[in-house]
Design a protein around this ligand. Structure first.
Ligand code: KIV
Ligand code: ZN
Length: 529
């Protein structure tokens, strides 16, 4: 969407604009284990700039030379976003921050100081009056360096409202253009957080001249709800991070806020400039850069966010996607909904999956394949497309088979002898044999030879895993040669020995078709009694 379009959308929908302040590179990066390299920070900043984030907090310049260099380089390269750097309420911090962001087309200094009694008493060891003086001095210093200054009242939600009003007033008088009231410890409830903004905006002189901002931590899992409540209370900037990374339980997740405002614009008439279709890419980029995995069920960007496994849900999705999806996968950059095939999947979804994979089976064949798929899904955690392919291919190949594997029991291990008890259906008659061998596979093949005597020579026996994991399906190939011909049979099953029996029998069936074609003698007639 172009900028012009966006403006006209705003007019048409009459929605108030909410600025998105991304702090993935500062609050996100400062959480344990999420450190990014210089290049990774540049990549993330580039993505944020492209996707329509309004303000990028690029780092904490005083923290290290590396941080300073990253903020400066991001400032140089940014095309659209305001580039902010963080600074404590210390003169040296503010000066260093000013140096780093000055290369940006739109630089911002973000300075903060604690305001809550517990922080003042134990961390700062300062009185309320002393902190008010610090606010005045540091905001003025920042304002002398740049026009855009954000001031944050750290631990605002545990600060008595009267004192918070005085602190905010001091910051506004000193030239702050954005006032951020963080729920630093993730303690507030949505009602309380929204009310705090309402009170401050009503009571503080000059509040109408600045933009108020939310900054919520997720210690109680309320960060996104609190941020949205802050907007209801009058804030117009939300501080958040991709994938919700950040100190302790993290910050409000950018993708959740953006999509909540897009999807529920009917009750929250606010909009952001962020491009929804870029959210998934941004999530993957940050996850790769920080090595922080995204939880499977994470809203918007989790692997399962658009995956449906239950039969009832899959059935609904096939009839009308709106039955179980409140936004389209495309709206967040996911190519399509996935119907995950597992033990909860229904017949309709299975048929749909087969047709997507290019199989058109008749009713009976479909029922057979579905029964075998359910058996497989009961034994295997993930059923991949390749598993279904192996299962259906095997079924198609065996449709005209005269020999079928009915059951197999194998005794293997160090005690020996390895013994296979095998039941085959041969020309619709069940026969069972027990045989020993030099290893379980040899025992199985001996049992087959006993049940269906043949002169075929085993030319090849090969096993490979169809998919990954210890519960992966094994696909076995067996090549048999007889009368100058050689054929290959394949068998697939999570149990390698069952797959081996199936593969041998499949090869034998092919040999029968080729070698015995035209002969009327039933195989059963040649079975040993
Ligand atoms: O959580 C917090 O209070 C912060 C401030 C530095 C804004 O991250
Ligand atoms: Zn924070």
């Amino acid at each position: 969407m172009s900028n012009d379009n966006r403006i006209s959308t705003e007019r048409a929908t009459n929605k108030a604009r909410v600025l998105i302040f991304d702090t993935t590179l500062r609050d996100g990066e400062q959480c344990p284990g999420a450190t990014m390299t210089f290049e990774e920070k540049l990549d993330v900043a580039h993505m944020l700039d492209k996707m329509g984030v309004d303000i990028i907090e690029a780092g904490f310049p005083i923290a290290s030379n590396g941080d300073f260099e990253a903020v400066a380089e991001i400032a140089r390269r940014s095309e659209n976003a305001v580039i902010a750097g963080l600074a404590r309420a210390i003169s040296g911090d503010i000066a260093r921050c000013g140096e780093a962001v000055r290369f940006a087309r739109r630089p911002r200094i973000h300075t903060f100081v604690s305001t809550s009694p517990i922080h003042l008493a134990h961390q700062m060891r300062k009185t309320e009056e002393e902190v008010l003086e610090i606010i005045t001095a540091t905001v003025k210093q920042a304002r002398n360096l740049v026009d855009d200054v954000e001031w944050s009242a750290m631990d605002a939600t545990r600060t008595p409202i009267d004192y918070l009003c005085r602190a905010v007033e001091a910051a506004i008088r000193s030239g702050a253009t954005t006032i951020n009231l963080p729920d630093t410890v993730g303690y507030a409830t949505p009602q309380e957080y929204g009310d705090m903004f309402r009170q401050i905006i009503n009571r503080v002189p000059g509040a109408e001249k600045v933009i108020f901002s939310t900054h919520c931590h997720n210690d109680l899992g309320l960060a996104v709800a609190n941020s949205l409540a802050g907007i209801e209370g009058g804030a117009r900037q939300i501080e958040c991070t991709i994938n919700g990374i950040g100190e302790r339980a993290g910050n409000a997740a950018l993708e959740e806020i953006v999509m909540a405002l897009k999807v529920r614009g009917d009750v929250m008439p606010y909009e952001t400039r962020v491009e929804g279709p870029m959210l998934t890419r941004a999530s993957r980029l940050v996850s790769a850069a920080t090595s922080f995995p995204v939880q499977y069920n994470k809203a918007i960007v989790g692997k399962n966010a658009f995956a449906h496994e239950s039969g009832i849900h899959q059935d609904g999705m096939l009839k009308n996607k709106e039955t179980y999806e409140i936004m389209t996968p495309a709206s967040v950059g996911v190519s399509k909904t996935s119907l995950v095939m597992g033990k909860h999947s229904g017949r309709a979804a299975f048929r749909d999956k087969l047709s997507e994979m290019g199989y058109e089976l008749g009713e009976n064949a479909l029922q057979d394949a579905f029964t075998r798929f359910k058996e497989l899904a009961d034994r295997k955690k993930h059923v991949y497309d390749e598993d279904i392919e192996a299962l259906v291919d095997e079924q198609i190949a065996s449709a005209y088979d005269r020999i079928k594997v009915v059951s197999l029991t194998v005794i293997a291990g160090t005690m020996g002898p390895q013994t296979a008890t095998l039941t085959l259906e041969v020309d619709e008659r069940q026969v069972t044999k027990q045989a020993v061998g030099n290893g379980p596979v040899d025992a199985i093949f001996n049992a087959i030879k006993e049940l269906v005597p043949n002169e075929a020579v085993l030319e090849l026996y090969q096993v490979h895993a169809v998919t990954e994991g210890t519960d992966a399906q094994a696909e076995v190939s067996v090549r048999l040669a007889a009368n100058g011909r050689s054929v290959t049979g394949r068998g697939a099953d999570p149990d390698t020995l069952v797959a081996s029996a199936r593969a041998y029998v499949a090869a034998l069936n092919k040999l029968m078709v080729k070698g015995l074609k035209g002969k009327s003698e039933p195989i059963a007639a040649r079975l040993k009694p």
